[in-house]
Design a binder for this molecule. Sequence first.
Ligand code: AMP
Ligand code: TRP
Length: 333
Amino acid sequence: MAKKIFSGVQPTGNLHLGNYLGAIKNFVELQNEKDNDCIYCVVDLHAITLKQDPKELKNNIRETAATFIASGLNPNESILFNQSLVPAHSEGSWILSCIGRMGWLNRMTQFKEKAGKDKEKASVGLYIYPILMAADIMLYDATHVPVGDDQKQHLELCRDIAQKFNNDYKVNDFLVPPEPLIQKQFSRIMSLKDGLKKMSKSDASDLSRINLKDSNDSIINKIKKAKTDANPIPSNIEELENRPEAENLIGIYSNLKNQNIDVTLKEFGGKNFSEFKNNLSEQLIDKISPIASEINKLLNNSDYLDKILLTGAEKANEIAEKKVKEIKKIIGF
Ligand code: AMP
Ligand code: TRP
């Protein structure tokens, strides 16, 4: 069945293998499935919930768009744009913030993590971030939202907002509660240094992640230094239990090759990690280096990127503006 897809990625720089395998690769697959309408957004309004340097933000918006395109998103098939170009997102967000309840937001674990110990000093924007996300999604009547599992709670909040709005204003099915699309396998790519920690751009050690712009030498070096354990690679999945680093590397390889973990274990069961790591580096270079060189090429042509984002924003604006108008009418403006 045709799906209406919406998803967003923050332009906070340094996109890595976790972003690619956990999110962007999936965006491309959904785009290439027949009949889906896909909208992918560089969520720059979300980025400023934490302080950003203006010059860097501008570069990061272009870099995220370049990463989308270099990974296979086609601006003629999907709508690609950045959020701040479409005013309906801010407008919709304000209205939905009058529907969402404090009690709901207080349960959001991502806020607790990002705000840290001193919540009093967190921006109000960071607190109501999931409301803006709900507006992003529901302005386009998106039915499905591909995200990593860390965003599941925000999607549940979005569904609660849809239900309350529809009930309060007696407009059955007007706001569409979206379904999360969370990959069952590989929804969390872990750090190369600690199999219990997520691969993240905020990790102090660059050796913990593969950045999409890493050189081939850097990829080889990082995989060589990636943490493993003393045992050889097992032949079945059960034996990967309690071996988080091994499981992560095997998972990354399987994902890159689009094959089941079983198949990978059949290929490498009984072998040691050094041989496997050579193959893993090869796979990574095979998949990542064309993306990296395309990103760099696109970044040298910022006018082209800006034009794509602007054209995408015009298409997005048409849809979102119409929905906001309907919302305003419903609430009595
Ligand atoms: P972020 O950069 O945290 O805003 O994430 C952008 C997208 O990438 C979201 O859909 C995340 O769920 C996904 N993502 C980020 N880090 C990882 C990871 N280590 N493993 C899988 N998905 C991830
Ligand atoms: N909150 C998401 C993240 O941090 C990004 C995001 C913003 C998003 N708006 C969205 C994702 C709408 C999906 C749909 O990864």
